[in-house]
Design a protein around this ligand. Structure first.
Ligand SMILES: *Cc1c(COP(=O)(O)O)cnc(C)c1O
Length: 408
């Protein structure tokens, strides 16, 4: 009989969002008339920018002609999109990248989950607590951890708690680590990192020869000019950091699928016998072996985001979410809640009232206001006592949800 990869059995059962939806379904079944509003799952709701739609329609029409048909494209993505990314996202911030340092993919979830494959199984991983669950679970599946304890924390992972006490900014690990996951603007806490904070991490990684995996999925929500959009705005970051970006939250591509990963040529890692190896060529090999390229149509749509109309139209959509975030922060503050994030980020991280656990507050909010959020504990033990709201609902739903908060 075939055997399984037993690392999968170490994964925690009762994953966050299935449990949220179980409780919501059961409440709705008992209260069929309740109009539930979700400020829970981090998916966008606004329609795609018109310029993206027309570009994708044209691309599809091309595919129906003999001259315009395209089969497999380059695994790393089309140059037209790579060039638009380099010009608009990086050159404008003083960062030079070569085409072969950018890898187009069908999502940052896959990229942030898959990147660990090119690093050694004995490497020690450092992770913020709370964190996007993909980082932890992909390392568990790969066998880079031991079993989980009663808090759900895995042996051999170095956890970096992020709470109000440290302004949700992780402290440098006190024990040696090899791979560090950072996400700014942060999901779930909505925290951003300024130049000083990022420099501290880049310097630490250079000093200790660690690699930073920098998830910048929410960079387009940054408005403060002092906050870097890319980790490569920090001197020396190309030697130590891989950056992940996605069109999902930036341009509403959660259902279209297009993202990219930057692996600078200067980034090196070692073999067990101490030889120094180029990480870019390993990722290229992995990407080409296991991925056959993002769809041509998605890539044409993504490139349209960088046209002048594309920039303007996507900016307008982001502004809607930003307005929601502002309103949530202001209204909840007025009601006496302690709120964090929500500025330069689409997530609002609030302290649960009356010392409630995050799941107890989830139930109270669902029952009294028919509003759904996400319990902080679902993102890690340090998220206990906190609750995440997202700014991705429609403005009308956000307004209505906030009015109902007054009754909680
Ligand atoms: C939404 C999100 C992503 C993007 O995922 P896609 O697969 O590109 O849709 C990446 N990282 C974080 C933290 C996210 O919340």
């Amino acid at each position: 009989m075939a055997t399984i990869n037993e690392n999968f059995l170490k994964l925690q059962a009762g994953y966050l969002f299935p449990e949220v939806s179980r409780r919501v379904c059961s409440f709705q079944a008992q209260n069929p008339d309740a109009k539930i509003i979700s400020l829970g799952i981090g998916d966008v709701t606004q329609p795609l920018a018109p310029v993206v739609i027309s570009a994708m329609k044209r691309a599809l029409d091309d595919m129906g002609t003999e001259a315009g048909f395209r089969g497999y494209g380059p695994e790393q993505g089309y140059d037209f999109l790579i060039d638009a990314i380099i010009e608009n996202d990086y050159k404008t911030r003083g960062i030079d990248l070569d085409r072969n340092e950018v890898f187009i993919s069908d999502g940052s979830k896959c990229d942030t989950a898959n990147i660990q494959e090119i690093f050694g199984l004995d490497d020690t991983v450092a992770m913020t607590d709370p964190a996007y669950p993909v980082y932890v679970d992909s390392n568990v599946m790969a066998g880079r951890t031991g079993k989980a304890d009663e808090n759900g924390q895995y042996d051999r992972i170095v956890y970096m708690p992020c709470t109000a006490e440290n302004n949700f900014i992780p402290e440098l690990p006190k024990t040696p680590v090899d791979i560090i996951y950072l996400c700014f603007p942060n999901n779930p806490t909505g925290t951003v990192a300024d130049k000083e904070i990022l420099s501290k991490w880049v310097d630490f990684a250079r000093r200790t020869k660690a690699v930073i995996l920098f998830d910048a999925a929410y960079e387009s929500f940054i408005t403060d000019p002092e906050i870097p959009h890319s980790i490569y705005e920090i001197d020396g970051a190309k030697e130590v950091a891989i950056e992940f970006r996605s069109f999902s939250k930036t341009a509403g591509f959660t259902g279209i699928r297009c993202a990219f990963t930057v692996v600078p040529k200067q980034l090196k890692a070692a073999t067990s016998d101490g030889r120094v190896v180029d990480v870019n060529s390993l990722w290229n090999r992995r990407h080409c072996t296991k991925f056959n390229g993002a769809s041509y149509i998605s890539q044409v749509g993504a490139a349209a985001v960088y046209t002048p109309e594309g920039k303007m139209q996507t900016r307008q959509i982001i502004d809607i979410y930003r307005g929601n975030a502002k309103l949530i922060c202001e209204s909840l503050t007025k009601l006496g809640y302690q709120v964090y994030g929500g500025v330069n980020a689409p997530y609002i991280w609030m302290k649960t009232p009356d010392g409630l656990s995050s799941w107890d507050f989830f139930d109270r909010l669902l029952q009294k206001a028919n509003v759904v959020g996400t319990p902080g504990a679902g993102f890690g033990p340090a998220g206990e006592g906190y609750f995440r709201l997202t700014a991705f609902a429609s403005p009308a739903d956000v307004k209505e949800a906030l009015q109902r908060f007054a009754a909680v």
